[in-house]
Write a protein that binds this ligand. Structure first.
Ligand SMILES: Cc1cc2nc3c(=O)[nH]c(=O)nc-3n(C[C@H](O)[C@H](O)[C@H](O)COP(=O)(O)O)c2cc1C
Ligand code: SF4
Ligand code: SF4
Length: 248
């Protein structure tokens, strides 16, 4: 089974290609799965595919790991998509899996275009950088699948500099103070198409009088921000001059 979470499509594309290569069943983590998190492993294997968030595992994925029901004999691998580096994400994933009495496997990274835009200094990649990352992704996924198929349990990720500080100090602060959906709003450029609401994996956006309204259960995946055809979704002033990206 391949279980993926994705805001802007990178992890979904990786999961889909892995499913094509392996023939495993593929399931997306969304509202329905969060409420009823049942696993059905393929050949005793679950491959979790998700983006790195602030050098760690996205809180929504940790929530699923904490509640999921599955066979204790299955092995749990992770394939992490990321823009730059992932710190100790592999260690966090393994420790979450072990804390549920489940068996951790390998953790591999696949570099993908950046999606985080909510702090000064963070933006999407230039077109050339994003294209180069996308061009390299398929052969990377094939190499990851070759290892999983052979039963190799690797930790093949880019930790980057100061991984301990990033994951053990910044991640807890980020997830506590920087993940609120409260600043989301739509500007007058909004035409009421509803694409932001349709793209939300958490079903956290309701259209009221042709305008989006954000609820409180948000993964900060930024799907709603990046999907808007009119760049009408803002997160305070910081997103005003930022770019948008969706996996092609
Ligand atoms: C809230 C948030 C935090 C992120 N933090 C990191 C990070 O710590 N390191 C990194 O390399 N990329 C980071 N990114 C970029 C994503 O991991 C990357 O673009 C990923 O491929 C997006 O996957 P998706 O399209 O499936 O949502 C972050 C993105 C978001 C939205
Ligand atoms: S995607 Fe953009 S234009 Fe469409 S409803 Fe959402 S904010 Fe408005
Ligand atoms: S509200 Fe936006 S950022 Fe939050 S989960 Fe939905 S699409 Fe993602």
């Amino acid at each position: 089974m391949i279980l993926y979470f994705s805001g802007t499509g990178n992890s979904r594309a990786v999961a889909r290609y892995l499913a094509t290569l392996s023939g495993d069943r593929i399931v997306g983590i969304g509202r329905k799965f969060i409420e009823q998190p049942e696993l059905s492993a393929t050949g005793g294997r679950v491959i979790w595919v998700f983006p790195c968030y602030s050098w760690g595992v996205p809180p929504v994925v940790r929530r699923v790991i904490a509640n999921v029901k599955g066979d204790k004999g299955d092995i749990h691998h992770a394939v992490v998509t990321f823009g730059d580096d992932v710190g100790l994400t592999a260690e966090m994933f393994r420790s979450d899996i072990i804390s549920r009495g489940m068996k951790p496997g390998g953790v591999w990274g696949v570099r993908m275009p950046n999606t985080y835009v909510l702090l000064p200094g963070f933006d999407v990649d230039t077109g050339a950088v994003a294209d180069a990352k996308l061009a390299a992704a398929d052969s990377r996924i094939e190499a990851v699948w070759a290892e999983i198929k052979k039963g190799v349990v690797s930790t093949d990720i880019v930790r980057g500099t100061f991984p301990g500080i990033k994951t053990k100090v910044i991640y807890p602060l980020f997830t506590r103070y920087m993940m609120s959906p409260k600043p989301f709003a739509a500007t007058d450029a909004c035409v009421g198409c509803g694409k932001c609401a349709d793209s939300c994996p958490m079903d956290n956006i309701k259209m009221k009088q042709r305008r989006p309204e954000w609820g409180t259960d948000c993964s900060l995946c930024l799907g709603c921000y990046h999907v808007c055809p009119h760049h009408a979704v803002t997160y305070g002033r910081v997103t005003r001059r930022k770019g948008q990206y969706r996996h092609p």
